[in-house]
Ligand binder design. Structure first.
Ligand code: 13P
Length: 246
C-alpha cells in the first residue's frame, strides 16, 4: 500500500491576477522536482491564467468550491463544467469556511463530490470539528458523521482526497499535535473502511490542514495516516515550496 503524498495550497480569497501570476512563476522552479503531488487553488477569477501558467509543469490547479448543477439561475456560482472547460483538475469541497459562512451542508458536499467525480475532477473534501466539539469529546463523532454523510454513494472513493482540518487550528497558528492529527486522520480512514472496505481505506489519501508550515510539515507527514497537507496562510509565499518539499 503506497499512497502518493499530495500537498495543496488553498489560497482562499487572496491575490489579484498579477499577484497570482507572480507567485506561480516564483514557485514553479522551486517545486519542479517535488516528490509529492502539487496543487494550487487560487480564486475563481484567476484559475484560467493559473492553468495556462502551469501547463506542462507538475502543478495541478484546483478551485475552492463549485456548484453541483451544470448551469442555470444560481447567481454568483460556478459549475464543475466551467472548471473542467478551462483545465482545472481539483476542487476543494465543504471547507469549514464555506460551511460556516455559506451554510454548506454534508448533503450539498455529497452532491458536489459525486458531480466532481463524474466530471473527472479530483475533489478535496474537508471535514473537521470545532474547539467546542473537541473539548466536549465529540471530535470523532463529528468527523465520522461528516464523512458518512458527505461521502456516501461514491463509486470510487479512492479518487477522492479527504482533508481533515480541525477548525480550531485553521489560521490560528495552533497546529494539532502530530498525534492528534494522525488520530483524526485515522478516524477518517476507519470510516472509509467501514463504508467501502479496507482496500479502499488503504488507498484513499487523507490530508491534514490547519496551521501547517515549513517547521511542522515533516513531523506531520511522517505519521501513518497523514498523506498530505492542505495549507492556507503558508501557501501564499514562495516559502510554500519548503512545505511541498518537506
Ligand atoms: P491555515 O493553513 O491558514 O491554517 O489554513 C488551513 C486551511 O483552511 C486550508 O484549507
Amino acid at each position: 500500500m503506497s499512497r502518493r503524498p499530495v500537498i495543496a495550497g488553498n489560497w482562499k480569497m487572496n491575490k489579484t491576477l498579477d499577484e497570482t501570476k507572480a507567485l506561480i512563476e516564483e514557485l514553479k522552479p522551486l517545486v519542479a522536482d517535488a516528490e509529492a503531488e502539487v496543487v494550487f487553488c487560487p480564486t475563481f477569477v484567476n484559475l484560467a491564467e493559473a492553468v495556462k501558467l502551469t501547463e506542462g509543469t507538475n502543478i495541478g490547479i484546483g478551485a475552492q468550491n463549485m456548484h453541483q448543477a451544470e448551469k442555470g439561475a444560481f447567481t454568483g456560482e460556478v459549475s464543475g463544467e466551467m472548471l473542467t472547460a478551462i483545465g482545472v483538475k481539483y476542487v476543494v469541497l465543504g471547507h469549514s469556511e464555506r460551511r460556516e459562512y455559506y451554510a454548506e451542508t454534508d448533503e450539498g458536499v455529497n452532491e458536489k463530490t459525486i458531480k466532481a467525480l463524474a466530471l473527472g475532477l479530483t475533489p478535496i473534501v474537508c471535514c473537521g470539528e470545532t474547539l467546542e466539539e473537541r473539548e466536549a469529546g465529540n471530535a470523532e463523532s463529528k468527523v465520522v458523521g461528516q464523512i458518512q454523510a458527505g461521502l456516501k454513494n461514491i463509486d470510487d472513493i479512492t479518487k477522492v482526497i479527504i482533508a481533515y482540518e480541525p477548525i480550531w487550528a485553521i489560521g490560528t497558528g495552533k497546529t494539532a499535535s502530530k498525534e492528534e492529527a494522525d488520530e483524526a486522520c485515522g478516524w477518517v480512514r476507519k470510516t472509509i473502511a467501514d463504508m467501502y472496505g479496507q482496500d479502499a481505506a488503504d488507498a484513499v489519501r487523507v490530508q491534514y490542514g490547519g496551521s501547517v508550515k515549513p517547521a511542522n510539515v515533516a513531523e506531520l507527514m511522517a505519521m501513518d495516516n497523514i498523506d498530505g497537507a492542505l495549507v492556507g496562510g503558508a501557501s501564499l509565499t514562495a516559502d510554500f515550496a519548503k512545505i511541498v518539499k518537506y
